[in-house]
Design a protein around this ligand. Structure first.
Ligand code: HDE
Length: 722
């Protein structure tokens, strides 16, 4: 028998739920194979796992070999269908704790009990690529959180972008088919840079807002730990008295929101296509637990029509200038999964998994999702009992009259599996709202049965403009270049032309700059009339006083993000035999004290002997890594060390590339010979992120430069043919 794992003692799920005196069923099922004999699936100890059963040493193999057949049969069925979208994901366990009692807004206990640590399981994902695709694809990222609350599971299934491409669920299969590899030849993998995607986009002006977000650096995050998360749709919070408020959910990372450069993203995909997965895993293993604060934008029901846009339209966000984000709690991820398949792959999220106190709006995209997620699990996980998989079980016990089906785990006792009944004493019984029974929000809905879109959804450009106008100059340039990259891959000129004319509605300069590189002159289009048509009958138009969108919104630019720490930033120490150990060790200690992660890159993996005969053990060699895998670079002091590094041209490339990608670079004493060979030597501009050891307070300057993440504003000045 496999012995029980010692893991649960340190498990965050268990620690968190101890608070409520519950043990999760997931923990009970965790096994490890330490000190155990090998067995079949029936528990039979195996004597020979090297040879199949044969008639004589040279065969043939006998059908009788039930051990071989059991093993091969299981292997043949190891795969389950990957998710149709969000196939590539990485996940972690942790907990959520609310800062203040939100009972004024919601009856949800996990949002009112400040002492409760609610276990969570969070899965991050890309959207378009297949399960084995690269992490650094330009794409939106999924940000799905399962809260295991005492009142059942609540899933907040969001993205790292606050708006979506389409307004109505009926367009989702079209959108996804357009971005996935083209059906005739199965290309390209994990990329929107192809004809079918842009063909669809060029015909769907409502997608313009999200297109700009995906083309911005938000589409290539530095780390899953440095992304915001958004519930996107407007939801409802409902308090004990049944009073509702509209709500938008936000996750704000304590490390700030940071991205990489596009050139870097494409190179990372080659050097380490698991870059984000590895980064998340390593941060948690090292105890640098990723944290996000939960933010809420709360809107009284009475204010539903007070905006320039419709709260039900998922292509719109609520500018924080109009409704501030209230920070209400914190999520900490502190444990990696034990088994990727059992947890990360089998977890099943669903926006319809809610608890009393959280309810839906009539957003037509959300309404469609409420159907899709259960349906998809049936084909992906293969059974109506997918909720019984350990990772999907709620921490409170399930009691109902559902029975049987493939792979049923629960063993329900008794004669009765229907309701109402007398033979079971009327159990399990319904609960009143006051006792925690879920009651749908009592919303009045009148209307004709109609296939139509509300007139209040008609403005597709104002918020695309708001987003673009809120970006810093480097961010605007990155968006422009990303669109040029994508459209240059599009072979059909009429598609390119249509996209440029849509961009013209957003920003004339953007359209002109993109058009120039594509040989498309933006049509001389008038700005569209954004006023709502005269025949508009939508209820949204009834309100007189509206809160207009601001011209710009600071929260939409990553230039304004948190930049106060170097925690978990990876700093390459490039060094070799003869390195000045004292200086290198002093800087290393200083950076590590601030939470930076120093890794040594040498000419080979052989131990490095320093000037004082001490030894450094490299984590990487110049052949196995590149500057794109780091946030910053230190060329360690020591003439000999630099001479050794210069025997490999990769050392120069390392520096030139880090420079091109706007990273902080510090040159130690006696490294001039290397510096002179880099493309930095010829540059004359001031640069706060190229630091020489001879500079006063060089270590502090280096730390400050890493804290600022990148000097994007010097991108043009730093450009070089690296
Ligand atoms: Fe999803 N989406 N989606 N989606 N979605 C799925 O469910 C769907 C949408 C999101 O890590 C699928 O279990 C429809 C918006 C995430 O397991 C599927 C529509 C947002 C994940 C599905 C949308 C999302 C999914 C595929 C339009 C951001 C990954 C596998 C009506 C708010 C969850 C699965 C994980 C996964 C359907 C639109 C986020 C097919 C029909 C908008 C993060 O059910």
């Amino acid at each position: 028998m496999a012995k029980k794992s010692s893991k649960p003692a340190t498990s965050s799920l268990q620690n968190a739920s101890q608070q409520t005196k519950k043990t999760t069923q997931l923990d009970e099922l965790i096994t490890d194979n330490d000190n155990t004999a090998l067995t079949t699936n029936q528990g039979l100890k195996i004597n020979d796992n090297q040879n199949s059963l044969k008639a004589g040493e040279r065969g043939a193999t006998l059908l009788e070999d039930f051990i071989l057949r059991e093993k091969i049969t299981h292997f043949d069925h190891e795969r389950i269908p990957e998710r149709i979208v969000h196939a590539r994901g990485s996940a972690a366990h942790g907990y959520f704790q609310v800062y203040k009692n939100l009972e004024q807004y919601t009856a949800a206990k996990f949002l009112t009990d400040t002492s409760a640590k609610t276990p969570v399981f969070v899965r991050f994902s890309t959207v378009a690529g297949e399960r084995g695709s690269t992490d650094l694809a330009r794409d939106a990222r999924g940000f799905a959180v399962k809260f295991y609350t005492d009142e059942g599971n609540f899933d907040l299934v969001g993205n790292n972008i606050p708006v979506f491409f389409i307004q109505d669920a009926i367009k989702f299969p079209d959108l996804v088919h357009s971005v996935k590899p083209e059906p005739h030849h199965g290309m390209p993998q994990a990329a929107s840079a192809h004809d079918t995607f842009w063909d669809f986009i060029s015909l769907m002006p409502e997608s313009m807002h999200m297109v700009l977000w995906v083309m911005s650096d938000r589409g290539i995050p530095r780390s899953l730990r440095m992304m915001e998360g958004f519930g996107i749709h407007t939801f409802r919070l409902v308090n004990k008295e049944g009073k509702a408020h509209f709500v938008k959910f936000h996750w704000k990372p304590l490390l700030g929101v940071h991205s990489v450069a596009w050139d870097e993203a494409t190179k990372i995909s080659g050097k380490d296509s698991d870059f984000h997965r590895r980064d998340l895993w390593e941060a948690i293993e090292s105890g640098a637990y990723p944290e996000w604060e939960l933010g809420l934008q709360i809107i009284p029901e009475e204010d539903e029509y007070k905006f320039d846009f419709d709260l039900l339209d998922p292509t719109k966000l609520i500018p924080e200038e109009l409704v501030p984000v209230q920070i209400v709690g914190k999520m900490t991820l502190n444990r990696n999964p034990d088994n990727f398949f059992a947890e990360t792959e089998q977890v099943a999220f669903h926006p319809g998994h809610v608890v009393p106190g959280i309810d839906f709006s009539n957003d037509p995209l959300l309404q469609g999702r409420l159907f899709s997620y259960t349906d998809t699990q049936l084909s992906r996980l293969g059974s109506a009992n997918f909720h019984e998989l350990p990772i999907n079980r709620p921490i409170n016990t399930v009691h109902n009259n559902q029975r049987d089906g493939h792979m049923r785990h629960q063993i329900v006792k008794g004669q009765v599996s229907y309701e109402p009944n007398t033979l079971g004493g009327g159990c399990p019984y319904q609960s009143m709202w006051k006792d925690g029974g879920f009651v749908s929000f009592n919303e009045r809905v009148d209307g004709q049965k109609i296939r139509a879109r509300s007139k209040s959804f008609v403005d597709h450009y104002s918020q695309a403009k708001l987003f673009f106008n809120s970006q810093s100059e480097p961010e605007k340039k990155h968006i422009t270049n990303a669109i040029i990259f994508e459209l240059s891959k599009v072979q059909t000129s009429s598609i390119r032309e249509r996209v440029v004319s849509l961009l013209n509605y957003v920003d004339k300069e953007l359209a002109k700059n993109v058009g120039k590189k594509l040989g498309v002159a933006p049509a001389k289009l008038e700005q569209p009339n954004q006023s709502i048509p005269a025949d508009a009958d939508a209820a949204s138009l009834q309100s007189k006083e509206k809160n207009p969108n601001p011209a710009t919104s600071a929260a939409l630019s990553m230039a304004n993000t948190v930049k106060n720490t170097i925690k978990t930033r990876k700093i390459a120490f490039m060094l070799d035999n003869g390195v000045d150990a004292k200086i290198a060790n002093a800087l290393k200690a200083k950076l590590e004290k601030e939470g930076g992660v120093v890794e040594i890159v040498a000419t080979s993996m052989a131990p490095v002997t320093a000037d004082d005969q001490s030894v450094f053990t490299p984590q990487h060699s110049l052949t196995s890594t590149a500057s794109v895998c780091f946030d910053a670079l230190y060329i360690a002091a020591g003439k000999k060390s630099v001479e050794n590094l210069l025997t490999m041209p990769e050392s120069i490339e390392f520096v030139n590339e880090a420079y091109k990608h706007c990273k902080a670079i510090a040159f130690g004493k006696d490294t001039q010979s290397l510096f002179d060979k880099t493309n930095i030597a010829a540059k004359k501009h001031d640069d706060p992120a190229v630091i020489q050891e001879t500079d006063k307070d060089y270590a502090d300057k280096f730390i400050k430069a890493i804290t600022n993440h990148r000097v994007w504003e010097l991108e043009d000045a730093r450009n070089n043919p690296a």
